[in-house]
Design a protein around this ligand. Structure first.
Ligand SMILES: Cc1cc2nc3c(=O)[nH]c(=O)nc-3n(C[C@H](O)[C@H](O)[C@H](O)COP(=O)(O)OP(=O)(O)OC[C@H]3O[C@@H](n4cnc5c(N)ncnc54)[C@H](O)[C@@H]3O)c2cc1C
Length: 339
């Protein structure tokens, strides 16, 4: 029987992220499937509030590494903290959220434990008493089901694949874990764009995709770049949706054409871009060609706005296609949003 440990780190405000709570529900279901329990390990400046927020999750114990050294994402301290917790818990199976912070350090933790790691797992089940994980390969074209005999086995759970564990707050008793760590790296601050400038939002409810049509000549024979920007930014501001793009739109800058100032190659969705996991997606001025739509694999509810009734979205790729002018549609939508 595996000894299961759920590992998480706190956010800047001391809470647990949605991704962390999703991984917790995954580990809870896994432990139930195996007919055993699990322990929790938390890393952060001060983890009591986070531990209390999940006190009733069914964990057998709460291990903690806390202090100013663990406030920020830093390889040396995070790796040392997680390794120490895993050792103290005698964990053979470690499940953690695939946050940016843990994605950096977990492979190092597995190496220090002499174990193995599988990252960005999208499924975690028990079949015939065996743990089976789900991963995607080759830019999300191939799905695999994997088991492992090596232990300790460290598994990171991709965001948006499980419902977050909620409603289990209480009061948790922490077992402090001592860590010996030497680091030469001092974190002097964080430089990050403001939430409004940062338009790639993996945890948003909706993905808004802009296509090259926004930059094309419209019925009046001219382009309307400024209006396109206003429509898109107005919608993002009003809904806090995440922004995606077709390849054609982000490639325009390389071709010396007028571009939307906030669009980068990181926004590209598709075969050679990202495969986001939002629940809902709205494509605008985007044709819906297969190399683009393949990136919508995990988007459950899909809608598109296109002038062309024969565009790709109409070929079974969207649940609803609005055959309409996206400039007019977004003017109305933003009006309704009060933008
Ligand atoms: C190997 C390979 C890999 C690729 N990888 C990717 C990838 O990762 N991601 C990706 O996106 N593409 C990828 N592509 C390119 C892809 O095939 C398409 O060329 C691209 O997605 C087209 O972008 P688009 O739909 O924005 O532009 P267009 O094809 O130019 O379509 C613009 C659309 O906007 C509509 N439109 C114009 N004005 C309006 C308006 N006012 N209101 C409503 N609709 C309007 C038009 O009807 C048209 O359908 C790849 C291609 C290859 C060969």
């Amino acid at each position: 029987m595996d000894t299961i440990l759920y590992l998480a780190h706190t956010e800047a405000d001391g809470s647990l992220s949605k991704t962390a709570k999703e991984a917790l529900s995954a580990v809870k279901a896994l432990a139930q499937g195996l007919g055993g329990g699990f322990a929790v390990g938390l890393v952060g400046r001060s983890v009591q509030a986070a531990a209390d927020s999940i006190a009733g999750c069914g964990a057998t114990g709460f291990f903690a590494v806390q202090g100013a050294d663990y406030d920020v994402s830093r390889y040396a301290t995070d790796t040392a903290a997680c390794t120490a917790i895993c050792k103290q818990a005698a964990a053979t199976l470690v499940v953690a959220p695939a946050t940016a912070r843990f994605s950096r350090c977990l492979p190092g933790v597995a190496a220090r434990l002499g174990g193995r790691v599988d990252t960005q797992c999208t499924g975690l089940v028990v079949e015939g008493g065996e743990i089976v994980i789900n991963r995607w390969y080759y830019r999300q074209r191939m799905e695999s089901l994997q088991t492992r005999t090596q232990r300790p086995w460290v598994i990171s759970v991709a965001p948006c694949c499980f419902l977050p564990e909620e409603g289990c707050a209480g009061s948790a008793a922490l077992t402090e874990v001592a860590v010996q760590v030497v680091t030469r790296t001092e974190v002097v601050g964080v430089e990050a764009p403001s939430a409004d400038e940062q338009t790639i939002r993996p945890e948003a409810e909706v993905l808004f995709v802009a296509g090259a049509g926004w930059t094309k000549k419209q019925a009046d024979g001219t382009t309307h770049m400024k209006e396109a920007e206003q429509h898109i930014l107005g919608f993002l501001d009003g809904t806090k949706a995440s922004l995606g793009s077709s390849k054609s739109l982000v490639d325009l800058s390389g071709e010396g054409e007028d571009v939307l100032s906030f669009m980068t190659h990181l926004h590209q969705v598709g075969q050679t871009g990202a495969t986001p996991r939002h629940k809902k997606g709205l494509a605008t001025c985007c044709h819906g060609e297969e190399p683009h739509v393949v990136g919508w694999r995990f988007i459950a509810e899909r809608r598109a706005v296109n002038l062309d009734a024969g565009c790709g979205w109409a070929q079974g790729k969207a649940d609803v296609l609005y055959v309409a002018d996206a400039f007019a549609v977004m003017t109305k939508v933003n009006e309704l949003l009060g933008k």
